[in-house]
Design a protein around this ligand. Sequence first.
Ligand code: MEV
Length: 435
Amino acid sequence: MQTLTVKRSSRLSGFYRQSPERRRTRLVESRWLSPEEAESCAGLAGFDEACADAMVENVVGLHGLPLGLALNFVVNGEDRLVPMAVEEPSIIAAASYAARLCAEGGGFSVTADAPITTAQVQLLDVPSLIAAEAALRTNTAELLAEANGYLGAMCARGGGARELEVRVLDGTTLVVHLHVDTRDAMGANLVNSLAEKMAPQLAALTGGRAGLKILTNLADRRKVYVRATVPAAALAFEGFPDGEAVRDAILEGQLFAEMDPYRAVTHNKGVMNGVDAVLVACGNDWRAVEAGAHAYASRSGVYRPLTSWKKGPAGELVGLLEMPLATSTVGGAARTHPGVRRALKLARVESAVDLAGLAAAAGLATNLAALKALGTEGIQKGHMALHARRVAAEVGAEGELVEIVAERLARERIYRPERAREILAEEVRRKEAAR
Ligand code: MEV
């Protein structure tokens, strides 16, 4: 039997103007979802109080966030929809816009390290650091074998303990790192348990006393690397017809972040806008990723941007993002939260490493959109245009009237609902008169 590969496009024109119901129908028409899956997308996707009560403590209700899709993403040659759950307006629009620019240069190229999560075991009051280090090195193979003895199920899935590293913290304190391939799990519980099981043996070998046993969120063995290029001509837009000038403005913004930690933090916040929104939609531990990202940004001793934008040999804009990104597609919320399963399905996520790549591509995209807006017309114009659409919808505008009312509000720079109501009434009258 011949297997047909379904080619789907992540470019769904006019999507942003449609109603959530119509958007779900488009997802069925464009073969991203089956009709049943699309139907189950509506609302909380089956997430109820019983699910919530099984997840956390003292539940008294549910708390919702919008789930949107960033479009136009081509990742390693494949079209992808990028689910984002976020409270801040304009992030999803910004990601979709920048992804379209990157698609002009062939999309995002993503590579990633193996999914290594690292446990730390603190060893205090070590009588001789030299002897302790020697003992740990001599026994590394046995210790890794012992660790893998505790990780039977993970080893069966292709993961397991890979490396034992020793670091000296002061004259009597060591820390042992157990680097574990946790496959599609983030692996926090797994490596924390492993650290607790291994600690007595490590203490005995070093003559020290075991202190804390916990993973590190500086997941620098679990990095992701994203690259995208945008031809300079693609950067031109209304009011800014010179793409090379727009590129140069983006490069100036990059330089600012490289020279000033105050700017670098905001630059990286723009990266995390994309990364976190994907992680939240996919039920991942975004606090862990945030902590690791900012520590990684400071690794040189100075807080620096996580992305770099440069001019390529043909004058194109070349962007890179490198950051630790520990993700999971199994266990945790992926098991208990139906909305998370829906998001993973929408994104057609194949593995934790794949999810990390998608989140990072979203981060590079939101960073590009911010730099482009900041270097040209400023960030507020786009924000206010989206705000105008919201006000128009709030006062009852539907279909094409949302755009018409929003455009007039933005032109007048008045965003009050009373004015939106007046404009809507005028436009409705105009439409009726034209019939
Ligand atoms: C706002 O959420 C994010 C930005 O501040 C990022 C940036 O300044 O690069 C626009």
